[in-house]
Design a binder for this molecule. Structure first.
Ligand SMILES: [Zn+2]
Length: 157
């Protein structure tokens, strides 16, 4: 590939990366500073939800929770997943075959060197986990692999 063409694609990629970073920050209704989140969350919650970390597998009590209810965002209490969409993936993380439409935002991240679809709370931008295509074939085929620590479970009354 000629040098100039290469340079063109590099700058294009750079511009797109900047743009998506800017979009990521500006589209969330709930905006709080880093210091505010740090005060409200525990160290592990902050690491997972605000720094795109991952909780240790099999560490969340919600992984094996199959009671009826709603899973809301720990940062802002927006409803994200329903118990009826939860399944046992055996991965060690709470898994769902779908999200509550409109309440979860999706974007592509390249952190592991491959493209993965990241999920964030659409209201406050909290990192939730990733979506994979090895979910239950009978329903959506999707596996929303979610950090339990980013969720709060509200049992059905
Ligand atoms: Zn949230």
């Amino acid at each position: 590939m000629p040098y100039k063409t290469l340079l063109f694609f590099c700058s294009l990629f750079f511009l797109m990366a900047c743009k998506s970073e800017a979009q990521k920050k500006s589209t969330f209704k709930i905006q709080k500073s880093d210091a505010e989140w740090k005060m409200e969350l525990t160290d592990l919650e902050y690491y997972v939800m605000r720094k795109e970390g991952t909780e240790p597998a099999f560490s969340s009590p919600l992984d094996k929770n199959y009671s009826s209810g709603t899973y809301v965002c720990k940062g802002c209490e927006s409803p994200l997943f329903l118990s009826s969409h939860k399944f046992n993936s055996g991965s060690g993380w709470p898994s769902f075959d779908r999200e509550i439409k409109g309440n979860v935002a999706f974007s592509v991240d390249y952190k592991m060197g491959i493209a993965r679809t990241e999920e964030q709370c659409a209201s406050c931008g909290a990192h939730l986990g990733h979506v994979f295509n090895d979910g239950p074939k009978k329903t959506t085929g999707k596996r929303h692999c979610i950090n339990g620590i980013a969720l709060k479970f509200i049992p059905k009354k």
